[in-house]
Structure formats: C-alpha cells, structure tokens
Design a protein around this ligand. Structure first.
Ligand SMILES: Nc1ncnc2c1ncn2[C@@H]1O[C@H](COP(=O)(O)OP(=O)(O)O)[C@@H](O)[C@H]1O
Ligand SMILES: [Mg+2]
Length: 265
C-alpha cells in the first residue's frame, strides 16, 4: 500500500480502473453468519471487459455489489482509479456511484410513469443538474447509437425486453462512467434479444469503457477479454480470451465451455 504525498492511501497500481484487495463479505443476519466472499484479490485494467462466472450462490452478485460500493465489504479494500472507496462515507459513495459508475441489472428498474427517454435522462440530470443540455445531447446520441430512438416516447411496457436493456445501457452510460457494472444483463432475455444486448455491450467495450459483467451464459461470457471463476466466494481460476471478434464467436464459446466443464460448472 503506497502513501501518497497527501497522506491519502492509494492503490498499488494506480492506472487500474478497479482493484480490490483481500475482500471479504459476511452476512451476520443469518445464524450462523454466512461468509460469502473469502478474500478476493482482483485488478480490472482500464478498458478491460471482465466477466465473472460461477455456480448460483457462489458470490458473483455479492462481489459486484461490494466492488461497486452498493454494499460495504466486511474487510478488505476497493480502489476506483486509485481512490480508496472503502474509506468513503455514504454520501461520498453515492456521488461516486452516480458520476463514475453505470449499472445494468436483469431488470431495468425503470419508472412506469416516465417514457423511455426520460428514464434514461433522469440519473444523468441528477449527476450534473447544471449541465442539462449536455446530458440531453448525450442521451439522444446514445439512443441513436443503440437503435432505440424510435421508442423514445414509448412507455416502459411498450417496448421489447431487448430494447429495454439497450435503454438500460444508454442510461448507464449517460453520465460517462469510468466503469460499467452488469449483473446478468441478459438473464431475462431470449437468445436473439440476448445477442442484441451483447452486441451493444461489445460496442461499449470497443468505445473504451471498462466493463465488469456477471453472467452464467457462456455465449455472453465469450464476449469478454477475461473470465474469472468464483467458487464459494473464492476466485479459483481465470481465463484470458483476448479481444472478441464475431468470426471467432463459436471457437471462443467452445473453449470457454471446455474450461467451465473442467471447473465443474
Ligand atoms: N443479504 C443476504 N443475507 C444473507 N445471505 C445472503 C444475502 N445475500 C446473499 N446471500 C447469500 O450469499 C451467497 C451468494 O449469493 P450471491 O452473491 O447472490 O450469489 P450468485 O450471484 O453467485 O448467485 C448465497 O448463498 C446467498 O444465499
Ligand atoms: Mg447473482
């Protein structure tokens, strides 16, 4: 651990977008307490597309929540671009989430009384209330990029699941986050909509955004640069895939499946 000249501790590799050191999470609400993360060390480089896999209950979502400050780890440290997130209070942490992180979940959690465009716009306005025009410009450009301009005035129940998830991606990117977190973003979609959403995420990655995505779907995981595998809250193996190209999709998925079978997935 390095001490900067300001006396504020910084990450050992400050160029990394995200780093966690010896992260543990125990839920004390159960008897006996449930230790869900058992000492995770992880570095996510700037621009990397990292995929988290593992059996159901292995701690994937918990890891995502704890490295994104949605929840507080029991011990260990998390750094975002060298800044120690574990030392922040709740107000500081929500500001970091709002301005530097984007989130996509299995469900979109859109507000039913707002149309698609206003749902996408809302967090960006909250993040930078004085830069309304800039936010509107970014949101319109994102909707164009992800092919959902035609549904911008639609209600949240008037679009397909794939359109809704592309809207979620637009919302997550509207504040130009340093890192995009996705927890099973295709978990509620059929395979063609799932491919639609993964194309959008592949495009986001190609644009330079760092992505951390949890999935149990090898076809989705094959899009990543690197896949890590969790078992019982421990990072037991990882696999470098290199940059995704469409013509290698089948080979990448096959290689991933063989590796996952070895791990007992
Ligand atoms: N709030 C909680 N209180 C107690 N146990 C929890 C809580 N959240 C998750 N768990 C437990 O932690 C383990 C890992 O959960 P989770 O991270 O959701 O796994 P995954 O996303 O890999 O399916 C599970 O055994 C789950 O029951
Ligand atoms: Mg989960």
């Amino acid at each position: 651990m390095a001490e900067g000249i300001t006396g504020v501790s910084t990450s050992s590799s400050t160029c990394a977008t995200l780093e966690c050191q010896d992260l543990t999470k125990t839920y004390y609400s159960t008897d006996p307490p449930t230790q869900v993360l058992n000492g995770i060390d992880l570095t996510v480089e700037a621009g990397e597309f990292l995929v988290v896999m593992g059996a159901s209950g292995s701690g994937k979502s918990t890891l995502l929540y704890n490295i994104s400050g949605m929840d507080r780890a029991t011990s260990g440290r998390v750094f975002l671009q060298g800044r120690d997130l574990t030392s922040l209070n709740d107000t500081e942490m929500s500001q970091v989430r709002l301005t530097q992180m984007g989130f996509i979940f299995q469900q979109s959690y859109f507000l039913g009384n707002l149309n698609i465009r206003d749902n996408i716009l809302l967090p960006a306005l909250k993040a930078a209330p004085h830069r309304r025009d800039a936010a509107i410009g970014r949101v319109d450009a994102l909707m164009e990029r992800f092919g959902i301009v035609n549904v911008k005035r639609h209600g949240t129940t008037e679009v397909s699941g794939g359109q809704l998830q592309r809207a979620s991606i637009s919302r997550a990117l509207a504040s130009e986050p340093a890192v995009l977190f996705a927890d099973e973003p295709t978990g509620a979609l059929n395979s063609s909509m799932s491919a639609e959403v993964m194309d959008a995420l592949t495009d986001v990655h190609a644009g330079g955004t760092t992505i951390v995505m949890v999935t149990h779907d090898p076809a989705c995981a094959a899009r990543g640069d690197r896949v890590i595998y969790l078992r019982d809250g421990q990072l037991i193996d990882s696999r470098e895939l290199g940059t995704w190209t469409a013509d290698q999709a089948a080979e990448r998925e096959d290689a991933l499946l063989a590796w996952l079978r070895e791990l007992g997935f």
